[in-house]
Design a protein around this ligand. Sequence first.
Ligand SMILES: [Zn+2]
Length: 211
Amino acid sequence: MENGCVFCDPEKMKERLIWENADWSVVATLGQIVGGYVLIIPKAHIPCLGALPLGGAMANLVTTIYSAARALNLEYVHDDSPGAVSRILMFEHGIVGQTVKHAHLHLLPVKVDLTPKIVADFPTVDIDNLSDSDSYLQDVYASRQEPYLFWTTPNGDSMICWNPPAPSMYLRLITAELLGFPERGNWREMDRNLDNQLQEETVRRLKSYFP
Ligand SMILES: [Zn+2]
């Protein structure tokens, strides 16, 4: 790829690819904090999902997220209570903390609440619950135009923290810590053999859930 972006180069992700359509790819991430950890990546080179124009690709993002979260729930979490799919952990480094400068949404088959840690780490920044105002990330980003951290909670809430001074890979680091695998937080430093093994397993276990 002429822009040098790994997420614009399908060759770089083909072994980790679980599913794709015209607008989105679902891939096993590098740095498997837990098996089943995937990324949803737009084919278009945009900086963050907040910057995604509302319309076609946006509509099928919602169905792509739903399909991926449902697969994680069925294969790993096994929760059949109502709304379980929306309580899968998702997060995005909305430019803050990004290591690849191309939007990507993280999904992990776990139920942990990142909120107390984020509130404690960044006590002076604005944190909004998008579920309270029934707003889309894209709407609030359009009006505020600031870098952000986005995450979901085990209650099914969608949270956003505006322009915190967070380090690179911040949401990965705190998730790995909370799950008891701090050594897997930094994807560049994770044990390579273990990571490869978990990536292959994630692809194999999730592929059959997608059409
Ligand atoms: Zn790109």
